[in-house]
Design a protein around this ligand. Structure first.
Ligand code: AMP
Ligand code: GLY
Length: 438
């Protein structure tokens, strides 16, 4: 198959890499890609947000499939634009991507579909929002409605912090139009996990579960990031929960969208809060009464979850993606390997705040030699001298694969220790929650 992967991060490197593992040979392109995707694909110099450029390339090159990585082009309508030029794409149309692009819309769909999630209300007026705070107790969650580069969610421990977040969004315009509507949401207790469901408009197949590490420092300290590591499977998602997640969360959402004329194809990523005795013996259940509640939906593969989940998939990945994109996904399209995977993000000093770019990276050569570790590139570029430089906050995503979690984690860190660049850092406690469970 001739396939274009849109995006330039670790997620897109993992998608292109996994396509290259298929038994059948593919012609893989990445737009714009990074220094790592060059190993498995041909980079095309078109940015992920250049919808016209991507549609023109697709019209001229006629790929069999376009796989869209990031949310912004999905929300902006890339899949709709590709449909107009007759090219199948893996990813929802803009109307479906609103599940991620508007938290208010996501709540509306969940309410209509009876999906368990925290209680929430939408406000455009700061005084009214503040007046509602006592109904929610503390902590309370304040969310900007729209896309805010992962910064639009504030978990406020005090009323003063909650009021400040409301003022920032509704009065100070901190997130522009994305924060013109604000949700106040009930705080959900428990342990988070990520479920990526592959959806073909009607049917869904769950990919292996995973857990992300959102905070920047060990022990879940410091500000939220795009994700500092992941592992798969996540033991908090016990097998008895999988049918519940599919039947009570994923499929009702897909059906509700269809009822509204929206055929959702691609990944439906459910960020879930699991609260059962094993996960959190001290936390009260969410008000909805369910042990699994939706925290958020994303309209795409997670990053770094993808770097831990895709190495666990067998079979033909291209076929699964094409079947989902064209409405004929089958359970057999997803083959899960028994191995465990753990991913450690190697980041630039200062991330998620400001950081320097252009640091020379050493130690990447050895990554190719080992079948049990893979070094995915997130923010890298090829320098003039042919070396690889840092070009982002999250620089590399190092995945270890093993017979069990300990082996996977040790292999990932063993590889990370061979890599160096100025001011690099990484979390040293990836998968700690799984280990704490014993
Ligand atoms: P979101 O962008 O909606 O995923 O929110 C970012 C992070 O904020 C989530 O991964 C959670 O850690 C936290 N969060 C969001 N909503 C809630 C909630 N209702 N209860 C507890 N934590 C939440
Ligand atoms: N790792 C979180 C996300 O992809 O949104």
């Amino acid at each position: 198959m001739k396939i274009l992967v849109v995006g330039s991060g670790g997620r897109e490197h993992a998608i292109a890499w996994r396509l290259a593992q298929d038994a059948e040979e593919h012609e893989i392109y990445c737009a714009p890609g990074n220094a790592g995707t060059l190993d498995v694909a041909t980079n095309v110099a078109i940015k992920a947000d250049d919808l016209e450029g991507l549609a023109a390339w697709a019209e001229a090159e006629k790929p069999d499939l376009v796989v869209v990585g990031p949310e912004a082009p999905l929300v902006a309508g890339l899949v709709d634009a590709l449909a107009k030029v007759g090219v199948p794409a893996f990813g929802p149309v803009a109307a479906g991507a609103r599940l991620e692009g508007s938290k208010r819309f996501a709540k509306e769909i969940m309410d209509a579909a009876g999906v368990p999630t925290g209680k929430a209300e939408v406000f455009t007026d700061a005084a009214k929002a503040k007046a509602a705070l006592p109904d929610y107790g503390l902590p309370v969650v304040i969310k900007a409605d729209g896309l805010a580069a992962g910064k639009g969610v504030i978990v406020a421990e005090t009323t003063a912090d909650a009021e400040a977040a409301i003022d920032d969004m509704l009065v100070g315009n901190k997130f522009g139009a994305a924060g013109a509507e604000v949700l106040i949401e009930e705080f959900l207790h428990g342990e988070e996990c990520s479920i990526l469901a592959m959806v073909d408009g009607e049917n869904a197949v769950l990919l292996p579960s995973s857990q992300d590490h959102k905070r920047v420092f060990d022990g879940d300290k410091g500000p939220n990031t795009g994700g500092m590591g992941a592992y798969s499977p996540a033991p908090v998602v016990t097998s008895d929960k999988l049918p519940l997640i599919k039947e009570k969360i994923i499929l009702p959402v897909v059906r509700e969208l269809k009822k509204r004329g929206i055929v959702y194809r691609g990944i439906l990523y459910a960020g879930l809060m699991v609260n059962d005795e094993n996960a959190n013996p001290h936390g009260p259940l969410a008000k909805s009464g369910s042990t699994v509640n939706v925290v958020e939906f994303n309209a795409r593969f997670g990053d770094p979850e993808t770097e831990a989940v895709l190495p666990r998939l067998g079979g033909s990945f291209a076929t699964a993606l094409l079947h989902a994109a064209t409405g004929c996904l089958k359970n057999e399209d997803i083959v899960v390997k028994p191995e465990t995977a753990a991913t450690v993000i190697v980041a630039s000093g200062g991330y998620p705040g400001s950081y320097e770019k252009g640091m020379s990276i050493s130690g990447l050569e050895s990554s190719v030699a080992s079948p049990s570790t893979i070094v995915f590139h997130c923010g890298t570029a090829v320098a003039e001298d042919g070396g690889v430089w840092t070009s982002g906050g999250r620089v590399l995503s190092v995945t270890g694969i093993g017979a069990n979690l300990r082996e996977a984690v040790d292999r990932a860190y063993g590889q990370v220790e061979k890599i160096s660049f100025e001011k690099m850092f990484y979390r040293k406690d990836i998968a700690h929650r799984a280990f704490e469970r014993g």
